[in-house]
Design a protein around this ligand. Structure first.
Ligand code: B3K
Ligand code: ZN
Length: 879
């Protein structure tokens, strides 16, 4: 496979003005007629027209009305090159594809008998020959023809111009998208579907038609997606002055989808997981996911579609920005300060759990990568979530108003253009009159910076001197790093726990000062500090860094009880927990992985008790504070890690909390019941979360009463959040009742694919489920490797969320992984490649495990036939 470099970018030789597509849709043989008008690009030079095409058969090729002879073009290696073309060209291309055989779910494919497309990043070339690169933006007209009985609904981007019947029971629909767009935003749907629709009044007084399309039988699960869409439209109008630019906006759900959803212009195609919800089948987390993903895809209409990426190295330009926007939307939808903080805590957790390990592993790459083999491997937590953190830092530096000025300037300059991350940074800099040259390093340097602080209070001068020191570990291809421009939000707490007023350089900075660290080492002096403070550094997680400081337990307990910044308050609790987890994991390992005679100090239990019963705190926040760092996060802190020792330590703490705080947990369980009709709002969800974590702690040290409590909740709850939590508690408590509950659950929900996914997933992630049990589940009639959701819910969930069994000392988990990566790769390289990443951190494990992981990687790498996707991942892992 070939590596593609950012530095090799060349503008396209020809630009496309218009695209007229005609589809005769047939699962076994779809004929695509493509009529393009092209114009030589004076900025490029060269007279060759370069088109991409993959897994399609060329039937006819005409240039300005003349059929091209074999000598006029070359067709090889998925490229169609027309050697010598005039300045203005009308190109007519006819080609054929076979949607029913397309298991990759990229390009045009069939799911449950319906046609869908997925073109980002490079799927359009699997539909027709085209300069399939995002800097080629054109206007599209699309004619769809298909059997009317089988495919009564025919959709594409933009506006419906015309529809009608044809002979032989076929019909047609003509769609026109008024906006220029890159090919990756093309979409079509031809299907038997039903929709919920309504007209919605936009800020400028226009009415837009909103539709949510689903399979028959699912209309009782579309309300929340529709409501989320309306909230998103309003929010973008109010927050950024950005309006829906089409008369119609459609969301279509399919159960076969490689990722969450896709922002095709006016025709968003979604994984059913992020559309379908009602209280019976969806959890609070599912509802949250729907709101966030609907918003995310809608927001792309401006950040991604109207202004798009020049090339795929700029992916974070649209993804980082759009994630930031959906995060802010989610926070605004909750509205309260603590609600906002809880969403921020969630974001920090995701970063630590997924992005930091990526940044420290073999696939580490800058937010704007310099090279890739397969672009689909770069839809990563780095490009998305770290990218969003980079965007957030502009807002931290310039404030909400300054950020808005930058956004306005960005749209003013670049509407309907394909641009670079640098253009966004320039708009922010220019709108705020700031030099952001150094800030570029956030885009160009991979790795998570380490920020160390040392504080010293001078009791005679009444100063507090804060020394900040930054460094960044080497990453593949980047042995040395230069200092980043880091906004560090800082507060100082007095002995009573109150914020001190901060004065730096004689300027009153209020309770929280955003310090700008630009050197490797810098000191900041706070004056008029009359007592020894406790520093609260990196408030709100103001930068995506690892913070190190010599905290004492007393400092952490002080912050955990008093910090006015809820993120750092939570953070102090996580640090207290992490130090215990590491200590106990070490002890467990030293004792040959027996949990016997481990001990948890009263200080920690007392801290947990205090937060659990503190009625002044939001239940949602208390739940976050009680949730221990995951086994994966603990493992990241240990060299030569033994996952079993980590599991034993964490389980021990959970059981100990369950036993020692039994009374408080029971009381909180009762106090946070949510009687009445289910509502997914944040306050109710927070209560359920606190109640259910109490239930799970109680069942970490199960007795008859706690098991009965879980059983009763499982039997009586009227919503999936509580039912799934109860089932989870039963499974974790390893009682015989769990097996019966699993059966009941399956019987009741076997008709609901998304719930069946949960059923597989809960079992896959249970520490009692070994490889043999997973193999048995794979033989269940409801299992198939062909459906990505299903494959992820069992195979990926086992490999990624069941550390104890996956890392079984006999290597059986790794052998299973290799086998499944190979099997999946033959069907769907994108899904296989995600699974392949389960081995990213193999070098961090105990030597005996490492050896077996390496062997499994080598087994996959040694396969003759492997996709570029998987090949890139395993090659980099072994490098
Ligand atoms: N832009 C799509 C992701 C496409 C992934 C292609 N492998 C969804 C999103 O980020 O909104
Ligand atoms: Zn996106």
């Amino acid at each position: 496979p070939q590596t593609i470099y950012r530095k090799d970018y060349n503008p396209p030789t020809y630009l496309v003005d218009t695209v007229e597509l005609g589809f005769d849709l047939d699962p076994a043989r779809t004929v695509v007629a493509n009529r393009l008008t092209l114009r030589r690009n004076p900025a490029a030079g060269g007279r060759a027209i370069e088109l991409h095409g993959e897994e399609i058969e060329l039937v006819a090729l005409r240039l300005n009305g003349k059929t091209l002879a074999g000598a006029d073009y070359t067709l090889a290696d998925n490229r169609l090159v027309i050697h010598e073309a005039p300045d203005d060209v009308v190109l007519e291309i006819e080609s054929v594809c076979v949607p029913e055989q397309n298991t990759t779910l990229s390009g045009l494919y069939v799911s449950n008998g319906n046609f869908f497309t997925q073109c980002e990043a490079e799927g359009f070339r699997r539909i027709t020959y085209f300069p399939d690169r995002p800097d080629v933006m054109a206007k599209y007209t699309v004619m769809l023809r298909a059997d009317k009985a089988r495919y009564p609904v025919l959709l594409s981007n933009g506006n419906l111009i015309q529809e009608g019947d044809l002979d032989d029971g076929r019909h047609y629909a003509l769609w026109e998208d008024p906006f220029k767009k890159p090919s990756y935003l093309f979409a079509l749907v031809a299907a038997k579907l039903v929709c919920q629709e309504e007209t919605f009044r936009l800020a400028d007084g226009r009415d837009a038609l909103l539709q949510v399309w689903v399979e028959d039988g699912n209309l009782d699960k579309t309300d929340y997606a529709m409501q989320s869409l309306k909230h998103s439209i309003r929010w973008d109008e109010e927050k950024y002055g950005l309006e829906l630019d089409l008369d119609r906006f459609m969301i279509v759900a399919t159960s076969d989808f490689n990722m969450g959803a896709m922002e095709n212009k006016g025709l968003n195609i979604f994984n059913t997981k992020f559309v379908l919800a009602n209280p019976r089948v969806a959890t609070d987390v599912d509802f949250q996911g729907i709101e966030a993903v609907v918003a995310h895809e809608y927001f792309h209409n401006w950040t991604g579609n109207r202004v798009t990426c020049r090339d795929w190295f700029q992916l974070s330009l649209k993804e980082g920005l759009t994630v930031f926007r959906d995060q802010e939307f989610t926070a605004d939808m909750i509205g309260t300060d603590t609600g906002r903080a809880v969403t921020r805590i969630d974001q920090v957790r995701t970063l630590r759990q997924h992005q930091f390990p990526e940044d420290a592993g073999p696939m580490a790459h800058p937010v704007r990568p310099d090279s890739f083999v397969e672009i689909n491997n770069f839809y990563t937590v780095t490009v998305y979530e770290k990218g969003a953190e980079v965007v957030r830092m502009y807002q931290t530096l310039f404030g909400v108003d300054g950020f808005r000025k930058g956004m306005d300037l960005y749209f003013e300059r670049h509407d309907e253009q394909a641009v670079e991350c640098d253009d966004f940074r320039r708009a922010m800099a220019d709108a705020n009159g700031r030099d952001l040259t150094q800030f570029e390093r956030w885009y160009s340097q991979a790795g998570t910076p380490v920020l160390r602080f040392e504080g010293r209070w001078d009791e005679t001068a009444h100063t507090y001197t804060l020394k900040l020191i930054q460094s960044c570990p080497p990453t593949p291809g980047q042995p040395q790093k230069l200092p980043f421009h880091i906004p560090v939000a800082v507060g100082l707490l007095d002995a009573a726990g109150n914020d001190m007023r901060l004065v730096v350089d004689s300027v009153d900075r209020g309770a929280t000062a955003v310090l700008e660290l630009t050197q490797a080492e810098q000191t900041f002096v706070f004056t008029d500090v009359k007592e020894q403070p406790v520093a609260s550094v990196l408030r709100g997680f103001s930068a995506p860094v690892v913070l190190q400081g010599s905290y004492t337990d007393a400092d952490l307990l002080h912050l955990f009880s008093h910090d006015s910044d809820p993120v750092n308050r939570w953070e102090a609790g996580q640090r207290l927990a992490m130090s215990r987890l590491l200590k106990l994991a070490g002890e467990a390992a030293a004792k040959g992985n027996s949990g016997a005679s481990l001990n948890l100090d009263e200080t920690f239990i007392e801290a947990m008790r205090k937060v659990l019963v503190d009625e002044t705190l939001d239940p949602a926040f208390r739940e976050q504070a009680l949730l221990l760092p995951s086994e994966g996060m603990v493992a990241e802190q240990i060299d030569g890690v033994d996952p079993l020792a980590v599991h034993i330590a964490r389980q021990f703490i959970r059981a100990d909390i369950g036993a020692r705080l039994r009374g408080e947990l029971l009381a909180q369980y009762e106090a946070n019941l949510t009687p009445g009709a289910y509502s997914p709002d944040a306050a109710s969800a927070g209560k359920r979360a606190l109640k259910n974590i109490a239930l799970s702690y109680l069942n970490a040290a199960p007795d008859d009463e706690s098991v009965a409590l879980a059983q009763r909740q499982f039997d009586e709850a009227d919503n999936m959040t509580d039912r799934a939590a109860a089932l989870g508690a039963l499974i974790a408590s390893r009682v015989p009742e769990a097996a019966d509950a699993l059966d009941v659950f399956y019987q009741e929900f076997q008709g609901e694919a998304l719930v069946v996914d949960k059923w597989f997933m809960m079992q896959a992630a249970a520490p009692t489920t070994d490889v043999a049990a997973v193999r048995a589940l794979m033989r269940h009639p409801a299992f198939t490797l062909r459906n990505p959701n299903r494959a992820r819910s069992l195979v990926a969930a086992f490999c990624m969320n069941n550390p104890v069994q996956f890392h079984a000392p006999d290597g059986s988990g790794y052998a299973f992984w290799a086998e499944q990566v190979i099997a999946l790769d033959a069907l769907n390289p994108q899904v296989a490649s995600r699974l392949a990443r389960a081995m990213d951190r193999w070098r961090r494990y105990a030597p005996a495990l490492q050896e077996q992981m390496k062997a499994a990687l080598q087994r996959v790498a040694g396969q003759g036939k492997l996709s570029n996707d998987v090949r890139e991942v395993v090659t980099k892992a072994l490098a």
